[in-house]
Every structure is written in structure tokens, then in C-alpha cells.
Design a protein around this ligand. Structure first.
Ligand code: SAH
Length: 210
């Protein structure tokens, strides 16, 4: 086992023991997907510190705990069509690809989208479709989605994303007037409409779009 693998298993064990990630499926995905290829090489040796790190374009690679928490809230069984808004490094998209059948991920910064696309292909996640554009508009041509993961914090839930959620589907999104006041929201779409749950406080880089 390499040093990175050892540290990765230690992080997963820490999250399991802390008890805030209950889904063994999510923990197993976290144990399989390396984080160091998604980091700035200068910081790669810290890949398994449970914290966010800077990536280019002034953005961040999310903290493993929060990615795991959001994936757990999506309750994926493996057969879903999933959309991510805010691809960034591509780390969360890789985890999503371990847990769902189809993954489309959108990033507004072209350099990040290009790097993530190449990186995901190199790691064997060739099926993940990385698009460059405004993710608040979703991906109408690939909708509806069973699961939508929004990896940046907005002030309100983008209406296009609500529309592109399949009946029976779930979306997890940080919402708040500013970074210090965000809460994780889960939106479930049922036949009678959208049901929202407000969950724990979180801190994400801003969701910038229409
Ligand atoms: N999931 C990423 C987290 C990256 S941070 C990871 O694991 O690394 C969030 C990303 O959302 C940033 O890269 C930011 O550029 C992007 N973003 C913000 N608003 C966006 C929008 N409207 N459409 C697409 N991407 C957006």
C-alpha cells in the first residue's frame, strides 16, 4: 500500500468513526478515488487533510467530508443520471461517477473544465461529461436528472435546476446570502411539487451565474 493509499484509508476510517458519514457506499467510493491527482502538485502531499485547498482561478477543491455528506444526501443507488454544477478540480465528479450511472458536470472557468476533463479521462473516468458554461442553467439536453449536486453556494435555488430534476429526484445545494451564512439544502421533487429541507451550515465558494 502506498503512503497516499494509507492516508486515504485513514481519512475514510476517521469519517466513519466520527459517525457523520453513515453511507458505506459513499465511504467505499471515497476509499477508491485518489484526491492527490486533483490537487495543486505543490500541495499534493496534504491531499488527505480533511480541508479544502486552493485550485486555479481562485477556486477550491472541496473538503472530503462535505463532498461525502452531499453525496450521502443524494441517496444514490448506482443507476442515476446525475448533474454536478461547479466541477472545479473534478474530484466530486469522480466520486459521483463511482456512485451514479451517468455524470454531466459543468464548470464556468474554461481552464478548470479543460484540466478536469483531461484528468478524469487519465484516471479512467472517461464517461464523465465535462462542460464549460453557466451551470445555473443546467444541461437541458441531458435532463431530467435523478440527482443534482451543486458544489458552489448560491443565494437561491436556480429554477432551471428545479425543472431539470426528475420527479422522485434529489438536489443538494448550499444556499445563503453570503459564504458565512450558507446552509445545505436538499430539494426533493415529488409529483405534488418541490420539498425543501434546510440542513447543516456550510461554506462554499460563490455560485456565479444567471
Ligand atoms: N466540486 C469541486 C468544487 C469546486 S469549487 C471540486 O471537488 O473540486 C466550485 C466551482 O464552482 C468553482 O470551480 C467555480 O468556478 C464553479 N462555479 C461557480 N459558479 C458556477 C456556475 N454558475 N456554473 C458552473 N460552475 C460554477
Amino acid at each position: 500500500m502506498s503512503e497516499f493509499e494509507r492516508q486515504r484509508h485513514e481519512l475514510v476510517q476517521h469519517l466513519r468513526e466520527r459517525g457523520d458519514i453513515r453511507s458505506e457506499r459513499v465511504l467505499a467510493a471515497l476509499a477508491r478515488v485518489p484526491r492527490e491527482p486533483f490537487m495543486d502538485p505543490a500541495q499534493a502531499e496534504q491531499a488527505y487533510a480533511n480541508r479544502p485547498f486552493p485550485i486555479p482561478c481562485g477556486q477550491t477543491i472541496s473538503q472530503p467530508w462535505i463532498v461525502a455528506r452531499m453525496l450521502e444526501l443524494l441517496e444514490l443507488s448506482g443507476d442515476e443520471r446525475a448533474l454536478e454544477v461547479g466541477c472545479g478540480s473534478g474530484y466530486a465528479a469522480a466520486l459521483l461517477a463511482e456512485l451514479a450511472r451517468v455524470v454531466v458536470t459543468i464548470e464556468r472557468h474554461a481552464p478548470l473544465a479543460d484540466t478536469a476533463r483531461e484528468r478524469l479521462r487519465g484516471l479512467g473516468f472517461a464517461g464523465v461529461e465535462v462542460r464549460c458554461g453557466d451551470g445555473t442553467l443546467g444541461a437541458a439536453d441531458s435532463a431530467p436528472f435523478d440527482a443534482i449536486l451543486v458544489s458552489a453556494g448560491g443565494t437561491r435555488i436556480p429554477p432551471a435546476l428545479k425543472e431539470q430534476l426528475r420527479i422522485g429526484g434529489r438536489m443538494v445545494i448550499p444556499i445563503g446570502p453570503r459564504t458565512e451564512e450558507q446552509r445545505l439544502m436538499r430539494v426533493m421533487r415529488r409529483a405534488d411539487g418541490w420539498h425543501e429541507e434546510s440542513l447543516e451550515g456550510v461554506r462554499f465558494v460563490p455560485l456565479v451565474g444567471s
